[in-house]
Design a protein around this ligand. Structure first.
Ligand code: FES
Length: 81
């Protein structure tokens, strides 16, 4: 498998109010027009969306740079890109 780098959607997180019990499909390729979520743009690439299950209703900072070490949420990696 090649180590293709994801596209950087933006170098900052997206703040989203999630609802407890809901699943959200996070864009990992960086090409979705509906950031931070998947819109199917990954088709034909090796990227697939990742499921984020909200355990409680809160504001989540989803990674916009797609290089976060923890996958879906911002861990500050965007500051080093
Ligand atoms: Fe990707 Fe912060 S937006 S680590």
């Amino acid at each position: 498998m090649s180590e293709k780098k994801p596209h950087i959607a933006q170098k900052s997180p997206f703040a989203v109010a999630v609802e407890a019990g809901k699943s959200y499909w996070c864009c990992t390729c960086g090409k979705s027009a509906g950031q931070p979520f998947c819109d199917g743009s990954h088709k034909g690439s090796e990227f697939t969306p990742k499921e984020y299950k909200a355990e409680k209703s809160e504001t989540v900072y989803f990674c916009g740079c797609k290089h976060s070490g923890n996958g879906m949420t911002c861990d500050g990696t965007h500051q080093k890109l």
